[in-house]
Write a protein of this length. Structure first.
Length: 423
């Protein structure tokens, strides 16, 4: 049972991040019972006691005493640790009632801990690295659980640890993103650089931030299914709880990534007009976008017209930069999710079909423009997609895009993000 101590330690940390303080303390105590000579368990207990003390009330003094006792025990077990030595006395926190419980409710963004640790230094931060570029290791940790199969859950605590580490990485991204969100709340986009053009944020988006979060959210479903098949396993139960926490964290970060687009899209009319024009071109019948997968892609007049019009739009440097920029790409995601949300709420089969078709149209545009952004030019992507077999791969990506975003649209209300798409 001692091998399960890291599982309870990590789960305690996850509970603490989402303000489930009693659960965090219970898991920390279990960790200490399983492995009383491990300083990390006592450190987790101290953190949980301290957070409970910050709520105030009649039990605050008892919780502060518990925190001090736990920190001192951790320091005794690892006297060489400077960090633990500093924490052997409880940290000073606000004792106002409700402080910890409401920490995530400030502003218009809902992700827990998405509050900047230091204030942005001004609008110049958008065009510099002043706010930081994030850490590629966050994405690696977020992707790691997706490389394990759901049936592996009961095999080793390492599986659960990977899910916890992913949750910690996503929470770290949320805190980092908070610096950008704080500035976005004060600014509406004009001609100057803004949220989706900030170099630090663009760098992480180009490394696959959205896909990593969507993959992690989808993997949680496999985790929960696998856990259900292994009832009675402590590891499987821990994996399911960790998966739920990871799903909430992913949903929160994606909610916040869409927020500036939802609030300020209309401020850039040229983007709106370009996207509308490109959507009209992409709706052309008889092209690799609109024909069923596996169809022969003859050089028809329709295909020639599509290639010419798309080439004209994406051949213009400014239009190319706008259409493949993250502001437009994010707006397409938002339109996709709005269509899926509307389809879920539709009462008639006709309306459901209409909005599902709208969602698929946006998914095709999104996958296409992401490919163009990665390739660096339209002609390279168009040449590949004019091949029937290679077009099948494209349609496979579109289908996966639809499924993953539909899962996100369905998950948001469960985690309290019912207004994520503005509907």
């Amino acid at each position: 049972m001692e091998a399960l101590a890291p599982v309870y330690s990590n789960r305690s940390a996850a509970f603490l991040k989402v303000n489930k303080l009693k659960q965090a303390l219970a898991d920390a105590k279990t960790c200490c019972e399983l492995r009383p000579d491990w300083e990390k368990g006592w450190y987790r207990a101290g953190m949980a006691h301290e957070a409970l003390a910050a709520l105030g009330g009649d039990g605050a003094a008892v919780e502060r005493a518990g925190a001090e006792k736990a920190y001192n025990k951790a320091s005794e077990l690892a006297p060489q640790s400077a960090e633990l030595a500093q924490k052997s006395k409880p940290k000073r926190r606000s004792n106002k009632p409700g402080r910890a419980a409401t920490a995530s409710q400030g502003g218009s963004f809902s992700f827990p801990d998405a509050v900047p640790r230091e204030a942005p230094k001004g609008e110049r931060a958008w065009s510099t690295d002043e706010l930081g570029r994030g850490d590629a290791a966050w994405l690696a940790a977020t992707r790691a659980p997706s490389q394990l199969k759901g049936e592996d859950i009961g095999q080793a605590p390492e599986f659960v640890a990977a899910i916890f580490k992913a949750g910690e990485a996503v929470n770290a991204m949320g805190m980092w993103l908070g610096k950008y969100l704080a500035l976005a709340q004060k600014q509406r986009p004009g001609k100057e650089v803004w949220f989706y053009e900030a170099p630090g944020l663009v760098a992480l988006l180009d490394q696959g931030l959205w896909q990593a979060l969507l993959d992690a959210l989808g993997h949680v479903v496999m985790v929960i299914i696998g856990a259900e098949a292994q009832k009675g396993s402590n590891i499987a139960a821990a994996a399911a709880e960790a998966g739920a926490a990871l799903a909430q964290a992913c949903a929160g970060v994606m909610h916040n990534l869409l927020g500036p687009s939802l609030r300020a899209w209309s401020a850039r009319q040229e983007h709106t007009q370009l996207l509308a024009a490109f959507a009209k071109v992409c709706a052309t019948e008889g092209t690799f976008l609109t024909l069923p997968p596996g169809s022969d892609l003859a050089q028809s007049p329709e295909m020639a017209k599509f290639l010419m019009c798309a080439g004209q739009l994406l051949g213009d440097a400014e239009a190319y930069a706008a259409l493949t920029g993250h502001a437009v790409l994010t707006r397409i995601r938002l339109n996709l999710l709005r269509a899926q949300t509307t389809a879920m709420r539709a009462s008639s089969d006709e309306d459901k079909k209409k909005w599902k078709n709208e969602a698929e149209s946006n998914a095709r545009m999104l996958v296409l423009l992401l490919r163009v952004r990665e390739a660096g030019k339209w002609e390279q992507v168009a040449e590949v997609l004019c091949d029937k077999d290679k077009a099948k791969t494209f349609h496979g990506e579109v289908a996966a895009c639809v499924v993953q975003h539909e899962l996100l649209a369905g998950a948001w209300p469960k985690f309290g993000y019912s207004g994520s798409v503005g509907l």
